[in-house]
Design a protein around this ligand. Structure first.
Ligand SMILES: [Zn+2]
Length: 280
């Protein structure tokens, strides 16, 4: 895992010490790019930590950076006037946060919330847009992901309306598992309820049923998927659709992994100045 940031009590701000480790370069979008394009357009990528519950963007916030996720999961949430939130997208190693900036967007329409801690490589949104505008290769890779994100949002709308809490809960856990590539994840019922847009009591009951069925184990804020096949069978059809989208984006990125992207970042960070502090 990447280094975690520390909260500064004196300033009240969260200061994140960026970590520059070669093993934190797992992002499939960057991995899918030709090396020449990486060197030409992405030399300003900087590693940053993602802390659980860190808000990368609030609705209406200026899109200043694009975050290429290396580890962890970020939820894209629609926030209502009464502060109720519901998840409409999920981004992990297959994607990037803030891609609306590439399409000309200036502000975020949704909230981007770190759901599982990890790390990202981030760059200035204007520079990323310049790469997107100038390089057909960058555009092709990013558009494939953006299309997948649109498809996920559309599917989630239907899912939220038509499928049961149990189906959605199982789907959500499997989606998070794909992006984390791990059966263990930090989780609270409250947080899961917020993601699914349901009451906490409903999630507690559902998680209890999944646990009694032997599909998951939940203990002290840590959820473990015990029976992956059983959980997938419990999930609605939307999980399989998302999984296929996820794999399509990842498969393209796999072509370049592992050495190309790793050596690129290793080379770039080797002579880099001490990583900057990032205030959010
Ligand atoms: Zn569904």
């Amino acid at each position: 895992m990447a280094e975690r940031g520390a909260r500064s009590r004196s300033t009240g701000t969260v200061r994140l010490m960026a970590s520059a480790t070669s093993r934190s370069t797992q992002n499939r979008l960057l991995a899918a790019l030709p090396r020449a394009e990486l060197e030409r357009y992405f030399s300003e990528l900087r590693p940053v930590s993602l802390i659980q519950r860190q808000v990368l963007y609030e609705p209406g916030a200026l899109l200043t950076h694009v975050y290429f996720v290396n580890e962890g999961v970020v939820s894209i949430l629609t926030k209502m006037a009464d502060a109720t939130t519901i998840e409409v997208g999920m981004i992990g190693i297959e994607g990037a946060v803030g891609t609306a900036a590439l399409l000309g967007g200036e502000t975020s329409s949704q909230q981007a919330l770190v759901q599982v801690a990890g790390s990202a490589l981030r760059m200035n949104a204007a520079e990323c847009k310049a790469a997107f505008d100038q390089s057909p290769a960058v555009r092709a890779v990013m558009m494939r992901f953006i299309e997948a994100l649109f498809d996920l949002s559309a599917q989630t709308v239907a899912c939220n309306r038509l499928h049961t809490i149990e189906q959605r809960c199982a789907r959500w856990l499997m989606m998070a598992r794909d992006r984390l590539q791990d059966d263990i994840m930090p989780m609270t019922h409250e947080f899961l309820a917020s993601m699914l847009g349901v009451r906490r009591a409903g999630v507690t009951e559902t998680a209890g049923e999944l646990q009694r069925s032997g599909l998951i184990r939940y203990h002290h804020g840590r959820l473990t998927i015990i029976d992956r096949e059983g959980l997938e069978a419990t999930a609605c059809e939307c999980y399989r659709i998302d999984h296929n989208l996820f794999m399509r984006v990842c498969d393209a990125g796999q072509l370049g992994l592992p050495e190309k992207i790793k050596s690129f970042v290793r080379m770039r960070t080797k002579n880099a100045p001490r990583p900057k502090h990032v205030e959010v």
